[in-house]
Design a protein around this ligand. Structure first.
Ligand SMILES: C[S@@+](CC[C@H](N)C(=O)[O-])C[C@H]1O[C@@H](n2cnc3c(N)ncnc32)[C@H](O)[C@@H]1O
Length: 225
């Protein structure tokens, strides 16, 4: 638990009623899960599903536009998108700066049944802005899915995105997004993709196209043009 900067406590040491934290991170064998202390929601165990196999018409994969090569995901989260990209044939380096999200997602990757995902998805605990500034990473595509303040909350359902909103400071996220975009547009990759909900306006500067699905839009950019 070094990354989280916490010490392990046994079951008997945990005082769930007086804890000020809303969550408990439970390590059971080699599985890590998040339990809610303030309500009776089911524990959250992130899953990386090999069920997300590449389908010809998958809008995310159409936006990525390559079937082999390297993709950088600057905003890994639960790696739902990154694992779809890995299954399509690309190698993917995914950066996550939130230590708890990283630990849970890394654990999910270790337990995932797909050898493809294990081979091709390289999740790193790092700030993607710093990583791109300090290393010349050779990649073909940069992908980002920043957290927008308007993602809907649904108190009844502990959907992964709702939980991410609780765990991640999205105001900071929005601030770093401008820098992410600037770095990506000054990189040597062939294309940059930004995922957005339909109601979020795109950055028009440099935009060359978009691919839409029911709720999501992928905005396409060619850097250095
Ligand atoms: C909307 S979520 C991404 C969800 C992801 N696409 C998925 O499939 O699960 C955005 C994530 O980006 C992470 N993030 C934001 N800024 C970052 C940065 N500078 N470096 C690395 N991760 C960052 C947040 O902690 C959050 O987990």
């Amino acid at each position: 638990m070094q990354i989280l900067d916490v010490s392990l406590q046994s079951e008997s040491e945990i005082n769930q009623t007086t804890s000020k934290k809303p969550y408990l991170v439970r390590v059971s064998g080699n599985r890590i899960q998040l339990e809610y202390l303030k309500n009776k929601r089911k524990p959250f165990v992130p899953m990386i599903s090999p069920g997300f196999q590449a389908k010809g018409g998958d809008p995310l994969l159409r936006a990525i536009g390559i079937k082999q090569g390297t993709v950088i995901d600057m905003t890994a989260g639960w790696c739902v998108d990154a694992s779809r990209i890995a299954c399509s044939g690309c190698n993917i380096i995914a950066f996550e700066n939130n230590p708890l999200v990283y630990v849970l997602t890394q654990n999910a990757i270790e337990h995932c049944q797909s050898p493809l995902i294990k081979q091709r998805l390289d999740l790193r605990h790092a700030d993607s802005i710093q990583a791109l500034q300090s290393n010349a990473i050779d990649a073909d595509v940069i992908y980002m899915d920043p957290m927008f303040p308007s993602y809907k909350r649904d108190a009844a359902s502990p959907k992964p995105i709702t939980l991410l909103r609780d765990l991640v400071d999205h105001t900071q996220d929005m601030h770093s997004f401008d820098r992410m975009f600037e770095l990506a547009m000054n990189s040597n990759v062939r294309r940059v993709i930004i995922k957005r909900p339909h109601h979020q306006p795109a950055i028009e500067r440099g935009k060359v196209g978009e691919i839409k699905s029911k709720q999501i839009r992928y905005d396409l950019y060619y850097p250095r043009q």
